[in-house]
Write a protein that binds this ligand. Structure first.
Ligand code: NAD
Ligand code: UDP
Length: 313
């Protein structure tokens, strides 16, 4: 019989790619979303599939469901969206995770929590390994997201210890690719949209801050392997260790789109992490996983997607 898998946040950027992958693997997929940042169009091509079901629900509301696995991704991920209603972000991150762990407990399902590199905050250790506890401002503008993800990890390991729920914790680093929303506000989609419109990318601060960008197909492969692994209640970094500054990213995007290499400098948001790069030794060892898609290749595919979206609009 096909595995029954619940994907929360399944109509979002990562969730929609994951749903597709799980359907390809032969699973029965229940995609749950409240469409806060996700779109029905992201799962359009799955809607007629007999093993796919789309369910409108908010994870902050308790529910019951019989499933074998849960990928819990529901949560706004872009700073502009998660800061728009910080209390709601915390409720989603904490209450939503408690609710999904209750579903897992009741149906004896294995659950994977989408955590984040934000648990490391503005890191003083570089690159970041899973045993680093992080440097997070608990009252800053990013706290609603960072602290609720940290709490979600604490909730997950507590369910593992207290109720023997099988939990997997993915610490996801910046991921990009097709289906990022046009109004997402994260750096890759902003730069590509601006470049395609012939505008200079908006670089915040000096642009010397770094991130490490992982292409979505690599990330999805990592999530699937992590779920199948024996890494119970052990956080695993998933990301691409190749690091670049935001200025370098802007230069790359303008070159690939073929516009003048100009940028516009804007104010740096508060508490913006200065550097970020995953140490993926644990993922290599436990999952046999590492990213395969380089930044140029991934950006080209993402640019093509945005071209199509702009053309359609
Ligand atoms: P996204 O905003 O595209 O997707 C999030 C999805 O969750 C959306 O479809 C949204 O409508 C849904 N959602 C939000 N609140 C909900 C609620 N209360 N109930 C039901 N659905 C709700 O973002 P994404 O990039 O796909 O991120 C998915 C997950 O991965 C998030 O948990 C995010 O924190 C995590 N993550 C992503 C990245 C990244 O770079 N993309 C990095 C680290 C962690
Ligand atoms: N950033 C930028 N221009 C933009 C959007 C973001 O320079 O138009 C910077 C932002 O200040 C941060 C980095 O890009 O240093 C990554 O930002 P994003 O919001 O994508 O993710 P996060 O900060 O959560 O890693």
């Amino acid at each position: 019989m096909a595995r029954r898998i619940l994907v929360t946040g399944g109509a979002g950027f990562l969730g929609s790619h994951l749903c597709e992958r799980l359907i390809e693997d032969g699973a029965e997929v229940i995609c749950l979303d409240n469409f806060f940042t996700g779109r029905r169009e992201n799962v359009d091509r799955l809607l007629g599939h007999r093993r796919f079901e789309l369910m409108r629900h908010d994870v902050t509301e308790a529910m019951t469901l019989e499933v074998d696995e849960i990928y819990h991704l529901a949560c706004p991920a872009s700073p502009i969206h998660y800061q728009r209603n910080p209390v709601r972000t915390i409720r989603t991150g904490v209450v939503g995770t408690l609710n999904m762990l209750d579903v897992a407990r009741e149906s004896r399902a294995r659950v994977l929590i989408a955590s984040t590199s934000e648990v490391y905050g503005d890191p003083e250790v570089h690159p970041q390994r899973e045993d680093y506890w992080g440097h997070v401002n608990p009252i800053g503008s990013r706290a609603c997201y960072d602290e609720s993800k940290r709490c979600a990890e604490a909730v997950a390991v507590s369910y593992a210890r207290q109720y023997a729920v099988e939990v997997r914790i993915a610490r996801i680093f910046n991921t990009y690719g097709p289906r990022l929303a046009l109004d997402d506000g994260r750096v890759v989609s902003n730069f590509i949209l601006q470049a395609l419109r012939g505008e200079p990318p908006t670089v915040y601060g000096t642009g010397d801050q770094t991130r490490s960008f992982c292409y979505v197909s690599d990330l999805v492969e990592g999530l699937v392997r992590l779920m199948a692994s024996g890494a119970n209640a052990v956080p695993v970094n998933l990301g691409n260790p190749s690091e670049c500054t935001m200025r370098e990213l802007a230069e790359k995007v303008t070159a690939l789109v073929g516009i003048e290499p100009r940028v516009r400098y804007e104010e740096l948001p508060a508490d913006d992490p200065r550097q970020r790069r995953p140490d993926i030794a644990r993922a290599r060892e436990l999952l046999g996983w590492e990213p395969l898609v380089g930044l140029d290749e991934g950006l080209r595919a993402t640019i093509d997607y945005f071209r199509g979206r702009l053309g359609a609009a």
